[in-house]
Design a protein around this ligand. Structure first.
Ligand code: NAI
Length: 713
């Protein structure tokens, strides 16, 4: 019997077994992942040609030597390319290669022993059959829209022809990634296997049983699951998708809109014509400013933050136990997150009711963890000890203080509890605005005192803003970062100052919302303008959620640090709404909005009477400018004042902490994109017309005069 033949190039290890007639092309790019670039394209093409030249070839299996099958596009290449013609060449060459795979005349099987995402999943779609390893880490999906582009290697055309229009739209518009069993259920893969060996055997068997297979779109008559293209039902699905996108994103993201167009226009055409449509839309998006800004922040900056680039590291944080002070909204969430990370947790309050509520919250979170069995749940529960007794905290490695936002109270609990810390223990405050250095005044170990500012709800919000006080040591920061990694949060590290970074920018946003109401702008228009600017949640809605009462308290505290600048018509309006009209929050059922049964119903009509009159200048564009620039100017101050050390943190903090318009890439990206000279002009005009808070800092003027940007490429 003849021997197995082998072939290898820079991207693929290939072998051919004459005994069964099957060639196996194993993607094995240098490094740890397979990504789509020139090396990949040439290597796969060459290996495919080699396989096609084998005598007695009956079929091809495409697999991977790495943990993942293929991670998708090489983001560096995608980010760098600005030229439409070159981008078009790259993408059409890849599409031609994928087309060659499916028309090679023999059955081709994708062996998904690891995740297949983006262009990697599109490669699997260009195979005739997909078998995935039944393993929790294996996922398939098309996440492209999250970076401002659409699938560009046939995803918008092959997927709907395989699984139907509706499921394909759901995956592409939401950038979904599905685990193997769910993918099987929806038809996103065709079969599961329990081991890599079983997978290979199943692939060989399938090849032998399906010698004449063709892709459905290469058959004489295409049948796709679900409604037929062009039918009233299909039209309704596309219309529904457009409406859903408009509602969810106010239409500010281009990519999902183009994905719908590509699919709708392409689905009734012959396959090769349909691909031309996808190619065109892909190229338009891939070279667009929006995609570049989104990729920079949501890919590069986010990854850099996750890897703690430029930040101190330690191998041993020495933080096995934690005490959370205050079992309120933040404390209860923190207790769960820490216990989940395997730490011993003491949840301490001074009131039994608060503790009971904290425990109830913990249980509710635990109940949501359906993948945990009873023993794992019990272990998690046993790690959390609710207590009223200070003695229980003896020897803890970390304290996270989350009592009421009050400097004197925070000083008191520091003095009282700090002596209980272990010898090298760390004290962290979850204050949302009080300078860490001021809080550390009550500490005997200011070098081990730090700010860990979480966001609500703690379980869901990814960001952790870490604030260095004047005396916080590098070691304390390094250990806090290790803690941040253990609880799986995304860190930004900033310097001290009232409101740090995120609270300063966020407060500017919601207070500007109140100020606009006070000036007489239509509240409906204010909310809509915010969404049109890309803000994830409009200002009056989110103000109700964080509570207007908190706003008033923060103003009182802010006066101490910022002086009278915090007083304007907006704060006077807040005072009236809360104190005269008893409308403190969503939780209390009344704020800027009216609520029924806890659900937001409509903006409170009484707002009109609290306004000063009718403004001369209004409209969506004007209001959107006010809301965005109120935040941008604060971001600029934070850079100028040195609160922001690494500029990426301004972008990551704004987008992941406070829902700043993700379509812009963040406040610094937004200003850079506009051009800093135009930004200065705009801010000067707004300062004249709407208030001195818009005045740009000197550093911004200098950058503008020098023709520079905040984020140099
Ligand atoms: P909360 O009012 O829900 O809870 C505070 C808890 O502290 C109460 O249960 C109270 O009984 C307890 N407490 C008071 N004195 C205590 C003491 N001496 N020892 C132990 N417990 C004591 O407050 P929330 O919203 O959880 O906020 C806590 C801290 O977190 C504040 O500094 C706040 O500014 C900050 N924060 C709040 C965010 C939010 O969205 N609510 C977001 C980020 C930070």
């Amino acid at each position: 019997m003849s021997e197995t033949q082998t072939h290898q190039n820079a991207a693929v290890k290939a072998s051919f077994d004459p005994a069964n007639g099957v060639a196996t092309l194993t993607l094995a790019m240098p490094g740890k992942v397979n990504v789509l670039n020139d090396v990949f394209g040439h290597g796969l093409k060459e290996a495919l040609d080699w396989a096609k030249g084998r005598e007695g070839l009956r079929g091809i299996i495409i697999g991977s030597a790495h943990k993942d099958f293929c991670a998708g596009a090489d983001i560096d290449g995608l980010y760098a390319e600005r030229d439409a013609a070159r981008m078009h060449k790259v993408v059409t060459e890849l599409c031609a290669l994928y087309r060659e795979i499916e028309t090679s005349g023999v059955p081709v099987v994708a062996a998904l022993t690891g995740s297949a995402l983006g262009g990697g999943y599109e490669l699997a779609l260009s195979c005739h059959h997909r078998i995935a390893l039944n393993d929790a880490r294996v996922k398939v999906g098309l996440p492209e829209v999250q970076l401002g582009v659409i699938p560009g290697a046939g995803g918008t055309q092959r997927l709907p022809r395989i699984v139907g229009i509706q499921p394909a739209l759901e995956m592409i518009l939401q950038g979904q990634e599905l685990r193997a069993p769910k993918a099987l259920k929806g038809g996103f893969v065709d079969a599961l296997a329990e081991s890599p060996e079983a997978l290979h055997q199943a692939a060989v068997k399938w090849i032998h049983e399906n010698p004449k297979v063709k892709q459905p779109w290469d058959e004489k008559k295409l049948r796709i699951p679900g409604p037929r293209p062009g039918s009233p039902d299909a039209r309704n699905i596309f219309m529904g998708a457009c409406a859903m996108i408009a509602k969810r994103t106010a239409g500010v993201f281009t990519a999902p809109k183009r994905a719908i167009s590509a699919m709708q226009e392409g689905i009734s055409l012959k396959f090769d014509e349909a691909m031309k449509i996808e190619n065109r839309y892909f190229v338009e998006l891939a070279i667009s400013d929006q995609a570049k800004d989104m990729i920079r922040t949501l890919w590069y900056y986010r990854n850099a933050a996750l890897k703690h680039e430029g930040l101190p590291k330690t191998d041993d944080a020495g933080l096995a136990s934690v005490a959370i002070l205050g079992a309120g909204m933040m404390g209860a969430g923190l207790a769960f997150v820490c216990a989940q990370a395997g730490m011993k947790v003491f949840l301490k309050d001074i009131k039994q009711e608060a503790l009971d509520a904290g425990v109830a919250h913990f249980e509710a979170e635990l109940a949501k963890k359906r993948h945990l069995d009873d023993a794992a749940k019990k272990a998690l529960r046993d790690r959390m000890v609710p207590t009223l007794a200070l003695e229980d905290l003896e020897g803890v490695d970390l304290v996270i203080e989350a009592v009421f936002e009050d400097l004197d109270l925070k000083h008191r609990v520091t003095k009282e509890t700090e002596p209980r810390l272990s010898a090298n223990g760390i004290w962290a405050s979850n204050t949302s605005a009080i300078p860490i250095t001021d809080l550390a005044a009550a500490s005997a170990h200011a070098d081990r005192f730090i700010g860990l500012h979480f966001f609500s709800p703690v379980e869901k919000m990814p960001l952790l803003e870490i604030i260095k006080g004047k005396e916080t040591s590098e070691e304390t920061l390094a250990r806090s970062l290790a803690f941040c990694r253990a609880i799986k949060k995304l860190p930004i590290v900033v310097n001290d100052g009232y409101g740090f970074y995120t609270t300063r920018v966020f407060s500017a946003y919601i207070l500007e919302g109140a100020q606009l109401v006070a000036e007489g702008h239509d509240p409906v228009l204010i909310e809509w303008a915010a969404r049109q600017a890309g803000m994830v949640v409009p200002p009056l809605q989110v103000f109700d959620e964080v509570t207007l009462t908190l706003g008033l308290k923060a103003m009182k505290q802010g006066r101490k640090y910022l002086g009278e600048v915090v007083d304007n018509a907006g704060t006077a309006l807040l005072d009236k709404i809360v104190n005269a009209h008893k409308r403190p929050s969503k939780a209390e059922g009344a704020g800027f909005y009216e609520y029924e049964g806890g659900r937001r119903k409509r903006l409170w009509p009484g707002l009109a009477e609290l306004a000063q009159g009718k403004p001369e200048l209004t409209g969506v564009e004007y209001i959107a400018d006010r809301l965005l620039f109120a935040q941008c100017v604060q971001a600029a101050h934070c850079v100028a004042d040195g609160i922001i050390e690494q500029r990426r943190d301004a972008e990551v903090g704004a987008i992941f902490g406070i829902g700043f318009a993700p379509n812009t890439g963040g406040p610094l990206s937004y200003m850079d994109r506009m051009g800093l000279d135009r930004v200065v002009e705009k801010l000067d005009a707004l300062a004249k017309e709407a208030g001195a808070r818009y005045t740009p800092p000197a550093q911004l003027r200098e950058l503008a005069e020098a023709g520079r940007k905040y984020l140099e490429d």
